[in-house]
Design a protein around this ligand. Structure first.
Ligand SMILES: [Zn+2]
Length: 398
């Protein structure tokens, strides 16, 4: 099998190959994310989508014609997956600003990291609306790439909130693709947490394969070694301090062959960036370069490509990683500036200003290191490919 990285631990080239994409990619965002927070002490009390779009703009990487403001998903659209009673409960929670104990219990809102906050309906309905719109646009075309960093709420259940996720936008996007006759669909999830909500939704769908790479033993505790989830899911639980070379190994030896086997009409890629070394919510150790390489490698495997976000709880790491993904999709090398200058020289002043304006109410945010402001790319986090990583790859291909 082709192993196009250096086992001795040398970084593979970050330089962009020939252009991958025939048409210009589309970026979906919304101003709702700029001021909406889940609550002051919640991990999602930080800006993520607004800072990403601001950084992309400051880098000169966004032609305004490529940008679409996300519509709000309607209750009918949400009901393609979610239980109407649950949708009504979320709408009522936004109206009332609180939920009764029975509602809290039944729908898991107002507890377990799923707070009642002022935009509890509009914000997740906007993320869902973006992913549904993206799926419709992709279905109506022969191919293309859409990036919706607000999407990726992969834990949401049909009738319950879970893991900061109220509506499950990847599920709604995949259902929209299927409803338009786009099949098969492959879903690849790079978030540090198992994509349990998406896996569960498509357990019995032969047209959908879900693949998740996540930290072994971390919440929600599913997606275990050897778990094929009924044959339509593949799970790759990886050990702590998971490094760039190990992600490269998994991408080339497991993800690429698994995706190729299905010859998908569409690929949905969840790029939660909580597996980054700088993220506080996992013990994984990736640099953003490894995630960018994964995106670059996976994109050509399907004609229609939806790239959504997901986790990511360090505001500087999230904005830099997701801006870099947009760079990859547009064939900019995120390791270099738009004018071709190496990012070993600092970011343009306007981009640095975006990063310097961010704040983080976390111990790691008190004295942020200078490279969080000055460079887009992290230093590579190289390392050996350990036995547990080789074992999950062998297992998943069996
Ligand atoms: Zn996560």
């Amino acid at each position: 099998m082709l192993v196009p990285y250096d086992l001795a631990g040398k970084a593979v080239s970050d330089a962009p190959p020939a252009p991958l994409f025939p048409a210009a990619p589309v970026l979906i965002g919304s101003e709702i994310y700029r001021h909406s927070i889940y609550g002051r002490s919640h991990p999602l009390s930080i800006p993520r989508v607004s800072s990403t779009v601001d950084l992309i703009t400051a880098l000169g990487w966004l032609n305004p014609q490529q940008y679409i403001t996300s519509p709000l998903a309607t209750p009918d659209e949400l009901a393609r997956f979610h239980c109407p009673e649950y949708i009504d409960a979320i709408m009522a929670a936004e109206q009332d600003g609180e939920v009764a104990p029975a509602v809290r219990e039944k729908f898991n809102i107002g507890r377990n990291g799923n707070p009642v906050f002022p935009e509890i309906f509009r914000r997740p309905a906007t993320s869902a609306g973006g992913s549904i719109l993206a799926a419709k646009m992709l279905a109506e075309s022969a191919g293309g790439t859409i990036h919706s960093p607000a999407g990726g709420t992969h834990h949401g259940r049909r009738d319950q909130a879970s893991g900061f996720c109220y509506f499950n936008d990847p599920v709604l996007a995949i259902l929209t693709l299927l409803d338009h006759g786009v099949a098969p669909v492959v879903y690849v999830d790079l978030d540090a947490h198992h994509g349990d909500g998406v896996e569960a939704a498509f357990h019995d769908f032969d047209d959908v394969l879900t693949i998740s790479v996540h930290e072994d033993g971390r919440w929600p505790g599913s997606g275990l070694f050897g778990d094929r989830a009924g044959g339509n899911a593949r799970n790759l639980p990886v050990p702590r301090e998971f490094n760039d070379c190990e992600l490269d190994y998994i991408v080339h030896n497991a993800l690429v062959p698994l995706v190729q086997t299905r010859q998908p009409a569409a690929l949905v890629l969840q790029t939660g960036v909580d597996a980054l070394n700088d993220d506080p919510q996992s013990k994984l150790g990736l640099s953003n370069r490894a995630i960018w390489r994964a995106v670059r490698t996976l994109m050509p495997l399907a004609p229609r490509r939806l790239v959504v976000g997901g986790g990511g709880y360090n505001p500087w790491a999230v904005a830099r990683a997701w801006a870099g993904i947009w760079g990859v999709l547009n064939n900019f090398d995120p390791g270099v500036a738009h004018d071709g200058e190496a990012m070993t020289t600092p970011l343009p002043a306007a981009a640095e200003d975006v990063l310097r304006a961010l704040q983080w109410n976390h111990s790691r945010g008190r004295n942020p290191p200078e490279h969080w402001f000055k460079y887009l790319a992290d230093s590579p986090h190289l390392g050996p490919i350990r036995d547990p990583v080789k074992a999950v790859v062998e297992d998943v291909l069996r």
